[in-house]
Design a protein around this ligand. Structure first.
Ligand SMILES: C[S@@+](CC[C@H](N)C(=O)[O-])C[C@H]1O[C@@H](n2cnc3c(N)ncnc32)[C@H](O)[C@@H]1O
Length: 279
């Protein structure tokens, strides 16, 4: 499948996501380490690895591990390899280009398989879940993360346009996402159980970066809101479009970078599961 079909996320946005949400990632990998206990972690599969946000967080958490980063997009994997070299961890990373809509996950057995914001992209998640389950070492775990609420940055009423801009934008974006990715808001706990996994824990991780935001976090707000503006286009009211354009202008009094009230608020849902031995 062509890159652009998997490339609805820009490499810049994924990198910013990893940088701004570093504390969140650390909390998630710490939670996983707690579940793994004494189980040695030598091989990790990062499924739908993108630019490697998960790969690098996991390499940091599990010092003896090597990661196989799997993605359909050659561009994403090239970017990941570049970053791995930059961080001096390329000897611990292998990339595998595979479109899991058509091919199988034929990686070496994994002590941990991680899939962050990638499972809802899969056209046949049950098939991929079956590959993940049979690809775990005995005692190995599958950690899956999906967006619960997409990032919000602005107060409800920020003195420009009609209050509630972001809620309206995100409601439209949610509808678009559901039509593109029908499984995005499905009951993943049930899907995991149906695929033969035992879910050990399911929980929400809240993300709350307070004002004032750093320059990097403000950039994250700009890139995210620009993508909403581009994606929603004519679906926005004239009023909301004008407000977003004023926020996203490179110059002018209302540009995002002039605001001191921006925050990052979001939440992600996580599941940790093992491959049940079926009688
Ligand atoms: C939202 S990004 C998440 C990236 C990364 N896991 C993260 O958390 O930053 C989803 C990734 O899944 C990949 N992807 C989508 N469909 C895929 C498929 N059928 N097979 C393999 N990878 C796929 C995309 O190329 C993209 O890199």
């Amino acid at each position: 499948m062509a890159d652009h079909q998997h490339g609805s996320y820009s490499t810049e946005l994924l990198d910013l996501d990893g940088e701004v949400l570093a504390d969140h990632l650390s909390a998630v990998t710490g939670w996983i380490a707690g579940h793994l206990g004494d189980h040695p972690v030598h091989h990790i599969v990062d499924l739908g690895a993108g630019t490697g946000t998960g790969t690098f967080a996991l390499l940091g958490r599990f010092g003896d591990a090597e990661v196989t980063a799997v993605d359909a997009s050659a561009d994403m994997l090239a970017h990941l390899t570049h970053r791995a070299k930059h961080h001096g961890v390329d000897h611990r990373v292998t990339t595998r280009q595979a479109d899991l809509d058509t091919g199988h996950l034929d990686t070496e057995p994994a002590d941990l398989t991680w899939a962050s914001a990638s499972m809802h992209h899969m056209a046949h998640p049950e098939r991929v879940l079956a590959d993940i389950r049979t690809g775990l070492t005995p005692g190995g775990l599958f950690a899956m993360i999906e967006f619960e609420t997409f990032p919000r940055f602005l107060p409800d009423d920020f003195g420009l346009g009609t209050p509630g801009l972001e809620e309206r934008c995100n409601a439209l974006a949610d509808r678009m996402r559901e039509s593109q990715h029908p499984t995005v808001n499905s009951d993943w706990g049930a899907r995991l159980a149906e695929s033969g996994f035992t879910v050990h824990e399911e929980r929400t991780f809240g993300i709350d970066v307070p004002a004032p935001l750093s320059a990097v976090a403000t950039r994250y707000a700009r890139v995210t809101l620009s993508r909403l503006r581009q994606g929603l286009g004519a679906q926005l009211s004239d009023d909301d479009r004008t407000t977003l354009d004023a926020l996203l202008a490179e110059t002018g009094p209302h540009r995002l970078e002039n605001r001191t009230d921006l925050v990052v608020r979001s939440s992600r849902r996580a599941w940790i599961a093992s491959g049940q031995v079926l009688a």
